[in-house]
Design a protein around this ligand. Sequence first.
Ligand SMILES: Cc1cc2nc3c(=O)[nH]c(=O)nc-3n(C[C@H](O)[C@H](O)[C@H](O)COP(=O)(O)O)c2cc1C
Length: 303
Amino acid sequence: MADLRTDICGLHMCNPVMTASGTFGYGTEFQDFVDLEEIGGIIVKGTTLAHREGNPYPRMAETPMGMLNAVGLQNKGVHYFVDHIYPTIKDINTNMIVNVSGSAVEDYVETAAIINDLDKIPAIELNISCPNVKKGGMSFGVNPRATDEVVSAVRNVYKKTLIVKLSPNVTDITEIAKAAEGAGADSVSLINTLLGMAIDAEKMRPILSTVTGGMSGAAVKPIALRMVWQVSKAVNIPVIGLGGIMNWKDAVEFILAGASAIQIGTANFIDPAITVKVAQGINDYLERHSISSVKDLVGRLEV
Ligand SMILES: Cc1cc2nc3c(=O)[nH]c(=O)nc-3n(C[C@H](O)[C@H](O)[C@H](O)COP(=O)(O)O)c2cc1C
């Protein structure tokens, strides 16, 4: 066996495979299909300060090699999470990480402060792709200044591992990554979904109720891979890569491009046990190449 253990600034993982927020529920929904403790980290659904209904249906559309979603962060809010969900997941022996979303800086701060007090949550992932309602609805993550503002404010109250999840809907993602690093992020994860759209030609109407939505799945992989490679050269903090990872080979490519860990999203809908298969595939690849530790593969791409 190769050594798959991975560390992301205090987050110790048995392997570099994590689940992407919004695609794996709270983990418990998948436990009949996969041993959760064999997954390096589980990033749970986007959690906001207040309850959110999410967007009206239809909010999913299949695309060639992927999907569009407009779920809209449906969740019952952080207080419900603390009282009802946390007790059911806190004893799962892996890293249970909460994806924190918000529509104002204060929302992120309050939510992060509440989660900071939960002993069995070792990290949060800050989803900065959300619209900043007080500033005209532009996403925090498309502007280095807005990124700095929200990450700095959360850093002040959040004392454990802080991962900042970047939006790909920008001109230069390295600028945003550097802003997150400068504001105190321990790690950046990328990419969130790409803004897309689907039309029903017969009905002459958009398929999604929100008209546009977030694209994910195999089709986004080359873009995600390019961004992970660029960001890993631009920052000194560990990078977590995701976007279109469907199998172990995709995961190895992200690690070669500079990712210290990877996340799997849309592929969980096709195969709920894909995470452990990817971990096994990474192990077999390392053995085949006589590389003793996955850490030695990170950023090993020769260009
Ligand atoms: C149905 C669905 C819901 C999602 N919800 C969230 C969310 O709540 N927070 C978040 O940061 N990302 C969310 N994402 C984005 C994924 O975590 C991931 O960044 C994206 O899907 C790209 O990875 P993939 O191609 O492996 O799916 C969601 C994606 C999907 C498909």
